[in-house]
Design a protein around this ligand. Structure first.
Ligand code: ZN
Length: 585
C-alpha cells in the first residue's frame, strides 16, 4: 500500500476527551474514528488488523470443531420474550417497532437465535455434539461508553454456541474453548488470565472471564499467588474466620447517642468490627411472572466485611439493586444508622453465612441512639436467605488455600458460559436420546469482542512514540520509507516495494513527498514491526537501513538480499510471538 494513497491520516496532537493510551494512539495513527457515543468506524489500517484477528479466530474455532454460520442482528422480540430476557434486560437492550407494529430487538448476543435454529434442526442425539459460531455485530446501549474501543455500544464479537446431549459433553466443549481462547490471545500477543465470573444476564451454572490485567480495567480480580485461585471480585469467595463457640448472652439495649457508623460504634464500645453486625438496605427490582416487582432487601454482614452487590443480587434473583431511601427504610420498621434485623417487617432478610456462626454481635436497635448487645442468629432473628454475600478484599483469606488474596484491575476480553438448559428449556430445544426420550439440548456460549481486543493489544504494545503492533495483528509487516532524494533513490524504493510484495511480504510504502521527520514520526505512530529506510546516506554505505520498531539500533542490509533479510527478521518475530508465555500471576 502506498501511503500517498492511504485513505486515513495520522494526527499530530492527542485528541480531546481521550483518557486511555489505546484510544489516543488508535485515533492518532488513523485506525479508528468516532461516529457517535460508543460507536466507531474502523479505517483501513484497523480493518486489516481486525481481519488478521478474525483469521486467527476462524482457525482456532475450526480447530475445536466449530462451523461458521451467520445469524441476524435484527431479531423479532418473540424469541426474547420466550426466554424472558425481553423483560429481564433493562435499557441496555435496543428495541424498536417495525412498520407492522411488531416488537423488534437489536441483538446484544445470540442465544435466542441459536435456540431457534436448534429447535428446527436438531432432532436426534446423533446430531450432537455440535458447535456453531459467527463473527457478528452486537448492540448494547451501555449508559457509560468510555475509553475508546474498551467500552462501546456497537461492537463486533466472535460468539460461539456449543450443543451437547449431556453435561460431560458441555464440560469437554467448555474446556476446549478455554484452551482455544488462550491460544487466540497468545497469538494476538495479549497476556490474559482466566478467572471465575458471574453468569449475569446469561444465566447458567459456570462462567469464566479472560482478563487482560491493566489499570484501565473496570473489573477487579482477586488473585492468590499461593495456589493460583483467580476470580472476578463480583463472585470471589473468601475463607471467613469463624468465631469460637460461646454461650449466647442475654440481649441488652445500650444507649449509643449519635453513633451511626461501625467505626464509631467500635470506638464507643471498645470492640472489634468483627463483633458487630452491619445492616445494608437495598431496593431490588425483580422479575416475577414477566412483571417487574420491587422488594426491600435487608442485608446483614459482619461489621468487618462489606456487602458484595452482585452476590446479593444473585441471592435474591434481582435484576437491579439500588440503595433504599430513608423513608423506605423507616417503612419496614427500621431506623437508618440503627438498623437491626430484629423486628423488621415487609423485607427480605438476607444474612451472610458468617453472621450465623458469630455469636453475641452488636447490632442496631431500630431506635434512634440505641444499639443492642448479644444479638444471636436463630435465637433473636431469622433470615429469609442465608448466603455468601461478602465482598472479597485485599488481605482476605483465599478460599482454596487460606493465603492472602490480592486484587488487580483487569479488562474482560473474553467470556465463556456453561448455560446448561436455561435457553433450551425455555424455547423447547429437544432432542431424542437413544431410548427415544425427549431431552433438552445442553448449551454453552462463548464470546470475544474484537474491538476491545484490538484496544487491549494497543494498550499492551506501545511506547512513547506510538503503537508497536505484534506481527500477527499489525496491518502490514514492513514500513518502507523512501527519503526524498534523486530519482535513483525513489526508483530503488519502488523496486524494493515490488520485490518484497512479490515475496508475500505486506508493505506500507511511504512514497509521500513529506520531510524525513514526518515520515519517521508516522512510522513510529503506526507501529509496524519492521522499518526499511531508503536514503542516500544508507546507499552510500552499501544498502538500506533495516530497523525493528521495538529497537533503537538499525543495520544496513544489502539491497540484493533485502527480501532474505526481511524474511529472517519476520521469522524471528513469529517465533518470539508464539513462544510468549501467558503472563504469570
Ligand atoms: Zn490460594
Amino acid at each position: 500500500m502506498r501511503m500517498s494513497r492511504l485513505f486515513s491520516q495520522t494526527l499530530r496532537d492527542t485528541p480531546a476527551n481521550t483518557d486511555t493510551i489505546s484510544h489516543q494512539l488508535l485515533l492518532r495513527a488513523g485506525f479508528i474514528r468516532q461516529l457517535g457515543s460508543g460507536i466507531y468506524s474502523y479505517l483501513p489500517l484497523a480493518k486489516r488488523s481486525l481481519n488478521k484477528i478474525e483469521h486467527i479466530m476462524h482457525q482456532e474455532m475450526t480447530g475445536i470443531g466449530g462451523q461458521e454460520v451467520q445469524m441476524p442482528v435484527v431479531q423479532p422480540a418473540d424469541i426474547w420474550k420466550e426466554t424472558g430476557r425481553w423483560y429481564q434486560i433493562g435499557t441496555e437492550m435496543g428495541r424498536f417497532t417495525d412498520k407492522s407494529g411488531h416488537d423488534m430487538v437489536l441483538a446484544m448476543t445470540h442465544e435466542e437465535a441459536v435456540a431457534d435454529i436448534v429447535r428446527r434442526e436438531v432432532r436426534s442425539y446423533r446430531q450432537l455434539p455440535a458447535l456453531i459460531y459467527h463473527i457478528q455485530t452486537k448492540w448494547r446501549d451501555d449508559p457509560r461508553p468510555r475509553a475508546g474501543l474498551i467500552r462501546v455500544r456497537e461492537f463486533t464479537m466472535l460468539d460461539s454456541y456449543s450443543l451437547d446431549a449431556d453435561w460431560a459433553g458441555l464440560d469437554t466443549q467448555y474446556n476446549a474453548h478455554s484452551e482455544a481462547y488462550n491460544r487466540i490471545f497468545r497469538r494476538c500477543g495479549l497476556p490474559t488470565v482466566s478467572v471465575k465470573a458471574d453468569t449475569g444476564m446469561m444465566g447458567g451454572r459456570l462462567s469464566h472471564e479472560f482478563m487482560y490485567l491493566s489499570l484501565i480495567g473496570e473489573d477487579t480480580i482477586m488473585l492468590c499467588r499461593q495456589c493460583g485461585y483467580t476470580a472476578n471480585r463480583q463472585v470471589a469467595t473468601l475463607r471467613k474466620p469463624t468465631a469460637d463457640p460461646v454461650a449466647a448472652l442475654p440481649l441488652t439495649k445500650v444507649a449509643t447517642p449519635g453513633i451511626t457508623t461501625i467505626t464509631d460504634l467500635c470506638r464507643f464500645l471498645n470492640i472489634q468490627a468483627a463483633a458487630t453486625a452491619k445492616a445494608v438496605f437495598m431496593m431490588a427490582s425483580c422479575i416475577e411472572n414477566d412483571a417487574q416487582v420491587n422488594k426491600f432487601i435487608f442485608a446483614v454482614v459482619r461489621g468487618d466485611m462489606e456487602v458484595n452487590e452482585t452476590k446479593l443480587a444473585n441471592a435474591v434473583k434481582a435484576r437491579d439493586l439500588r440503595p433504599a431511601t430513608d423513608s423506605e427504610i423507616r417503612s419496614i420498621g427500621a431506623v437508618p444508622g440503627y438498623g437491626s434485623p430484629i423486628g423488621v417487617h415487609d423485607a427480605i432478610v438476607v444474612v451472610d453465612e458468617a453472621i450465623t456462626v458469630s455469636p453475641n454481635l452488636v447490632a442496631g436497635a431500630n431506635a434512634e441512639g440505641f444499639h443492642v448487645l448479644n444479638v444471636n442468629y436463630g435465637r433473636d432473628f431469622k433470615a429469609n436467605i442465608i448466603a455468601d454475600i461478602a465482598m472479597a478484599r485485599d488481605g482476605d483469606l483465599c478460599p482454596e488455600c487460606g493465603a492472602s488474596l490480592e486484587s488487580s484491575r483487569g479488562v474482560e476480553v473474553g467470556n465463556i458460559f456453561q448455560l446448561g438448559t436455561r435457553y433450551s428449556e425455555a424455547m423447547h430445544c429437544l432432542y431424542q436420546d437413544a431410548d427415544g426420550d425427549d431431552k433438552p439440548v445442553i448449551m454453552g456460549s462463548y464470546g470475544i469482542g474484537l474491538g476491545r481486543l484490538l484496544a487491549c493489544i494497543a494498550e499492551e504494545h506501545h511506547d512513547d512514540m506510538g503503537l508497536c503492533m505484534p506481527l500477527s495483528v499489525a496491518p502490514y509487516h514492513v514500513h518502507l520509507i523512501a527519503l526524498k532524494g534523486d530519482a535513483k533513490t525513489e526508483q530503488l524504493a519502488d523496486q524494493i516495494y515490488m520485490k518484497l510484495q512479490a515475496g508475500g511480504i505486506e508493505v506500507l510504502y511511504d512514497d509521500r513527498g513529506e520531510r524525513p521527520g514526518v515520515k519517521f514520526m508516522d512510522a513510529d505512530l503506526i507501529g509496524l514491526p519492521l522499518r526499511i529506510t531508503v536514503g542516500e546516506r544508507a546507499l552510500a554505505r552499501g544498502g538500506v537501513e533495516l530497523k525493528h520498531r521495538r529497537n533503537k539500533a538499525s543495520e544496513i542490509v544489502p539491497i540484493e538480499s533485502i527480501d532474505d533479510c526481511v524474511n529472517a527478521e519476520l521469522g524471528m518475530l513469529w517465533k518470539n510471538l508464539t513462544s510468549v508465555e501467558m503472563r504469570n500471576l
